[in-house]
Design a protein around this ligand. Structure first.
Ligand SMILES: *Cc1c(COP(=O)(O)O)cnc(C)c1O
Length: 375
């Protein structure tokens, strides 16, 4: 039964839409980010299945492009990633292990980020139990109040180095809250606090910047940068042109076309009513495919250079477009339209839906046929 197919395994003709993922563009973005942060190690973040694009396909391409250090969020993601990269690739777990997964980290050679005194203690105990020193990254909270050792914790470690017994601290990280807005003074304040906290810990390479932080300039690069979204084409800086290559294109099939008269309604609740004769196309993608119901009224698709507004509510498996502007000569059975494409990239789709490109990518459903363009 097709329902049991692995994600991405849907044959093109059986799916409602095709998601094209350009692995060559991901490799080019990796090189571009590496050049922007020349001098620092460029360590890709492939959490959430490479932001929804498929870590099994994306990670080997990044490794071939030169990546030797990868980040994921969870232990399970790290165990899965081990299968897709060479044994000498270093995999770091941003969330660190929960207590029951400490030995899994050791067994699968996953380096944890230790975010709390509790995680530090359990990693110290694991080193004792396994009878060898264990590498770890330490995260300090430089002002985002999300993850990391507090200034109080850092002072405690500075005063008592036995808290790090058996642990090789080979990276110290923190994370910026406002890096997508270069004018925001919070980034410089976080950087100063990061330097201050790191100076109390064992000397180790430092890492502060994710995608947006790379574009704040050299002063934010330190020894290692951790881009995620920018690899996948999301704009790193809200108000500036996007220097990255687009990675995804989503083409959905037109299932039906009908002409409606003034006063006719479309979709659940009949929230749209035609003011004039309109031609409506029903396409095979809906909110179960990651197209949120909110923002539908501002959504659109494109047929080459013709804008096709979404009309009415988005259904689970379909949505309706006003295609009245399309000449008859350009209509064909089973034709496709772009939901994400050259005319409307991930960031523009996100803006119409009132969200960010990250959420659009990670919400992309698993019913699409996935077509990977080789690197
Ligand atoms: C997700 C994450 C990243 C990557 O962030 P992007 O904005 O996608 O580049 C880097 N560091 C940490 C700690 C993260 O949680």
């Amino acid at each position: 039964m097709t329902m049991s197919l692995a994600p991405g395994a849907w044959p093109a003709d059986r799916a409602g839409a095709t998601l094209t993922i350009d692995l060559a563009a991901i490799a080019a973005n990796y090189r571009l980010l590496g050049e922007r942060a020349a001098g620092a190690v460029c360590a890709p973040v492939v959490k959430a299945d490479a932001y929804g694009l498929g870590a099994a396909r994306v990670a080997p391409v990044l490794e071939a492009a030169g990546a030797r250090d990868f980040f994921v969020a969870h232990v399970d993601e790290g165990i899965a990633l081990r299968r897709y990269v060479s044994p000498d690739v270093r995999i770091t777990i941003l969330h660190g292990p929960r207590p029951g997964a400490v030995d899994d980290c050791v067994r699968h050679d996953l380096r944890p980020v230790l975010n709390s005194m509790e995680q530090l203690a359990s990693w110290r105990q694991a080193a004792g139990r396994h009878g060898r020193r264990l590498a770890a990254a330490l995260q300090v909270d430089s002002g985002m109040s999300r993850f990391g050792l507090s200034p109080h914790d850092v002072r405690a470690i500075a005063a008592d180095r036995s808290l790090l017994a058996g642990i090789d601290t080979d990276l110290v990280i923190s994370h910026l809250a406002c890096a997508d807005d270069p004018a925001n003074p919070a980034s410089a304040a976080q950087r100063a606090q990061f330097r201050h906290l790191a100076s109390m810990l064992p000397r180790a390479p430092l890492s502060l910047a994710a995608s947006s932080g790379i574009f704040l300039g050299e002063g934010y690069h330190f020894d290692l940068v951790r881009p995620g979204a920018a690899l996948y084409g999301v704009a790193p800086t809200a108000a500036a042109p996007n220097p990255l290559h687009p990675v995804v294109r989503l083409r959905a099939h037109v299932m039906q076309i009908r002409d409606i008269a003034p006063g006719d309604g479309v979709g659940y609740g009949l929230t749209y009513r035609a003011a004039a004769p309109r031609r409506i196309a029903t396409i095979a993608t809906g909110y179960a495919d990651g197209f949120a119901r909110q923002g539908a009224s501002r959504g659109c698709a494109w047929l080459d250079d013709i804008r096709l507004p979404v009309v009415g509510r988005i259904s689970m498996d379909s949505l309706a477009l006003d295609i009245s502007d399309v000449p008859d000569s350009r209509l064909s059975p089973d034709m496709t339209v772009d939901l994400i494409g050259p005319r409307r990239g991930v960031d523009a789709v996100a803006e119409a839906a009132g969200t960010i490109g990250y959420e659009i990518l990670t919400a992309l459903g698993h019913r699409y046929h996935r077509d990977y363009i080789a690197a």
